[in-house]
Each structure stands twice: as structure tokens, then as C-alpha cells.
Write a protein that binds this ligand. Structure first.
Ligand code: ADE
Length: 249
């Protein structure tokens, strides 16, 4: 799967795209990243990318002709035979990202992530180039870059083979499908589908007077699954009752 990122700050992405899961997936050829520096498409000596808003008001607005050039460059970098990228503009005005939408987006062969800055992007450019506007939550970031990184990470985890054997997205918080083979799933669900996961522990068994729950040391897998399911239900009820309501609906 390919991600093209259109940003004023390409350097923002350098380290996160090299690290950990994403770095390994890139090396394995599962993911491909391409950065387009919007400043290169700016106007005049100072490569201006923004101007004052018509009608007045605070801040600056990204100019449509700058984005036009950036999307022309994106088209050049996309092989003629390849499908057109699905263009996402990260903004607080978008639909909120969910695990379900991230899973759907992982089926697209090419996503282009447009990061805004300042007051936003001229609406005509959004109408012309953007397929979908996505927010990562009800708060305002200083720019779209952290949001693009969050989306890219969440989507990549659903790309086949990015999350390796031995771990799986099926047992993740918010996933409605339990991990394991169907017969194991049915017999021993370890979490409420679509809910929060149970807490996890590792060595030492005793730390600062706090003990690992005895059931996890018992070796009784049925008991462990029951305990995890109960913890998952209790946590989801206490912290995110909305998720249980969603399940009913
Ligand atoms: N840009 C600024 N705030 C944002 C948010 N909450 N989600 C996506 N993009 C943003």
C-alpha cells in the first residue's frame, strides 16, 4: 500500500516512518511512503503558500493554486496504470476516524494525506481535490501532520502482514472480531467485541507489593479467558459505556 503525504513539514515524518512496525513494513515492501513538500509549489521568491482570508478574520489560508501544483506533481509520481489515490484532508471539520473506517481505508491501494496549516485550505481546493475529510478527535492541532501520522499508523495495522504472525489486530481494543480460530473464538472470547481489552501483566510476579492476578499464573486457559472477558466487560462499562450501546445498536 502506498501513502503520499502532502505537507509543509516533510521532516516531521522522517523518524516515525523509519521506526518500529512502520519501518519494518516499509523495508519488507508492504508499505511505501512518498513525501511532497508543499513549500516547493509556493509562489514568488519566498515560496508563499498562504494569503489573508477574504472577508477578514484571523490567520492565513492556503492558496488553491499551490495545491493544484502539488496534485499535478502527485499525478506525475503516480504510474499511469495505477489507480488514482484516495485523497484525505486532515482537519477538525472532518468525520472522526474510527477503527472501522481505518480498516476500510486499508483496502485502498494508494492514500494521499493532505496536511493543512494556518486557518485552513481554500474551500475550492478541497472541493476540487479532496475525496474525504477526516478528524482524529474533537481538539485542534497546530497542523494536520500529527493527525496524518495517526491515520497512517491506524490504517497500516490493517494492511495484511504489517502486523506480524503471533500478534494480531483481531484481539485489539475496539475490534469486533475476537482472535483465534473460529471454534476457539466461540468457546473462549477474551474480550467484549468492540470493547476495551483486559489489563496485561509480565514479570516479576510481585512488584512493590502488587501481585499479578493469580488466575493468570494458573495455566487454566478457560479460567484465564473468563477472567479476561469479565475484566474487558467491567472496563468497557466503567470507561466507555458508549461502546456497549453501539453493540446493541
Ligand atoms: N488538524 C488540526 N486539528 C486536527 C484534528 N483534530 N484532526 C485532524 N486534523 C487536524
Amino acid at each position: 500500500m502506498r501513502f503520499s503525504i502532502l505537507t509543509l513539514f516533510p521532516e516531521y515524518f522522517e523518524s516515525p516512518l523509519k521506526c518500529s512496525l512502520l519501518g519494518r513494513a516499509r523495508e519488507a515492501g508492504l508499505l511505501e511512503f512518498d513525501l511532497l513538500a508543499l513549500r516547493e509549489f509556493g509562489e514568488g521568491k519566498y515560496r508563499a503558500v498562504d494569503d489573508r482570508p477574504f472577508g477578514g478574520g484571523a490567520g492565513m489560508v492556503m492558496m488553491p493554486q499551490v495545491l493544484e501544483k502539488a496534485f499535478e506533481e502527485l499525478a506525475k509520481r503516480t504510474a499511469a496504470a495505477a489507480p488514482k489515490p484516495h485523497v484525505i484532508y486532515l482537519s477538525p471539520q472532518g468525520n472522526t476516524l474510527t477503527a472501522a473506517r481505518a480498516r476500510e481505508l486499508a483496502h485502498k491501494p494508494h492514500l494521499a494525506l493532505l496536511c493543512g496549516h494556518y486557518e485552513g485550505i481554500d474551500e475550492r481546493a478541497i472541493e476540487e481535490f479532496v475525496d474525504e475529510e477526516i478528524s482524529i478527535g474533537d481538539y485542534v492541532l497546530s497542523g494536520g501532520e500529527p493527525a496524518a501520522m495517526v491515520l497512517l499508523d491506524a490504517v497500516s495495522r490493517f494492511v495484511p502482514a504489517v502486523v506480524g504472525e503471533g500478534s494480531s489486530v483481531a484481539g485489539d481494543t475496539f475490534e469486533r472480531q475476537a482472535p483465534g480460530a473460529p471454534e476457539v473464538k466461540a468457546a473462549l472470547p477474551e474480550m467484549v467485541p468492540g470493547g476495551l481489552k483486559a489489563p496485561v501483566y509480565t514479570r516479576p510476579r510481585s512488584w512493590r507489593g502488587r501481585e499479578v492476578p493469580a488466575v493468570l499464573l494458573s495455566g487454566n486457559h478457560a479460567e484465564i479467558a473468563r477472567w479476561r472477558y469479565a475484566q474487558s466487560l467491567e472496563r468497557t462499562r466503567a470507561r466507555r459505556p458508549d461502546l456497549l450501546e453501539d453493540l446493541k445498536g
